[in-house]
Design a binder for this molecule. Sequence first.
Ligand code: DX5
Ligand code: ZN
Length: 221
Amino acid sequence: MSPRIAPSILSADFRRLGEEIAMCEAGGADWIHVDVMDGHFVPNLTFGLKVIEAARAATTLPVDVHLMVERPEQYLEAYARAGAQVLTIHAEAAPHLDRQLMHIKALGCQAGVALNPATPLSAVEEVAHLLDLLLIMTVNPGYGGQAFIPYTVDKVERARFLLDQADSRAVLQVDGGIGRATIHDCWRAGADCFVAGNAVFGAADPRGEIGALRALCAEAA
Ligand code: DX5
Ligand code: ZN
């Protein structure tokens, strides 16, 4: 299992988004994480189709779209067409997870489910075998630059167990407050994909930071 680093463009400089994404690619990023927020499911409003299209045009890396929206089923087709390779919906916003996961797969995308810190893992237990990605939120979604919630590490560990039990090869992603101080604990707990916004774009050397984060995963406990 090798770690994937997915810079979140929420913390990028939007005046030069294309360059910021190219810089991530040059720095060895694995995915580009795009946070779509609707101002309802989370108390913040970000961006939609146009930015997904722009991200798609700026890189050959997979565009990983994290949908923090109510009724995500309304947008799946349009976002797949805009170039998303990974579409992650929140269990809290999607009562028909089986249907939506199958829908995302039928659109040719990898299907992910995200869980807020307060949402138990049991929300995905029955569909674990259908997941291409499980996202354990390590902050309450809505904003970049928040502090990592320490008790989520234990949940990551249990999520790894759940996926292993289901014989799932799903990516186990963490998102929120991931940086030099927190990435290793999540890696050790079994996460293999790390979203990082502030840690990458707020670093003095954002390119180098991607490698530095990856190296912290490789280090022994
Ligand atoms: C939070 C978003 C994250 C955010 C992470 O709701 O889902 O992807 O950009 O930002 P950092 O890494 O700064 O916590
Ligand atoms: Zn995110």
